[in-house]
Write a protein that binds this ligand. Sequence first.
Ligand code: PLP
Length: 406
Amino acid sequence: MLQNVDQIRADFPILAETVHGKPLVYFDNAATTQKPRQVVEKLTEAYYKYNSNIHRGVHHLSQVATEAHENARKTVQQFIGAAHDHEIVFTRGTTESINLVAATFCEKFCTEGDEILISGMEHHSNIVPWQLMAERKNLKLKVIPFFDNGELDMEAYKVLLSAKTKLVSIAHVANSTGIVNPIKEIIQLAHAQNIPVLVDAAQSVPHFKVNVQELDCDFLVFSGHKMYGPTGIGVLYGKEDLLNALPPYQGGGEMIETVTFEKTTYNALPFKFEAGTPDYVASVALAEAIRYMQHIGLDAIKQHEDELLAYATEQLKTLDGVRIFGESMHKSGVLSFLIHDIHPFDLGTLLDQMGIAIRTGHHCAQPVMDRFGIPGTMRASFAFYNTKAEVDSLIKALKRIVVMFA
Ligand code: PLP
């Protein structure tokens, strides 16, 4: 466990709040994480000291803001090990990044009958954008199934990959179960047939080291707000050649080179994909969040959260009537469960009364719930600022609730 967790917690003012008169226990980190003071201060600093629209001004403030934004891009590049900073496109988040790739990739490379391969454990954000394009272009969406323990069926994956497959788009870590997919093998198998792979890293980048060149993924997407950064900003990483080959997504702002009424030519990467005024304040704060994580250390973060997950799993299993969804050696940060036939909504509401925030429902992964034949689960998800004492509070609260329902 992290030795300085008290010191870390002191950086997150919200963790000292009370809810319904009880100390807050925040276990909804897969939905969004809390923000350290350092990140919030970066937002304030940008607005108070150098707020100015970027890229277009010769004046001092605009140049400072532009430099801060472009330095943030470099920070992201180094964080995920990309070869070039222009392979980093700032978006509003994972969802927008996937929509961008779905719309432009399918427009450019897909024709009727082509297939996009996703998995049965995807977040809706990695299902619906492909369905939209499948409807428009008569494509087929194929789905890799998963086993009862939540792990991906790799044999089925191998069978589904074919000459018709144009792209594989898959979660690195499933948000509903915490299952970590064998992403390197998934990529290698697809590449053996010249099929590019998009990795939805919304639930991996915040929790352990991810290096795009080591993985050799073609696209990788994630959200700032799930990794201690601000809302409204996310990242699309794409290999230079592929991004260059794609048409623009939205028009306007910095994405142009020249505009006439007859014809518009487009800017170079990454600006081609950043139409309109980017969130140049959020990008700077996201870079600060990355520095905060790096200061703790990604390996230390992983170790702390793995220990917490193992402890919480073990403690939860001491309760009667517990079913855990996603039981594997390969998990990260998420504990999804049900107790007897108590409805998750009831459990979540009672936990809230005790100051404990966990998520209940389908977690934007309805097909996962259908696969398990349940309406939803309770999901506790962990961050590096969580403690074993908080897990104890959750278990104690659950025990009380079970007695109430008995
Ligand atoms: N993909 C996964 C695996 C997620 O967990 C989430 C959010 O929970 C998303 C995509 C969507 O992220 P956002 O809402 O930040 O765009």
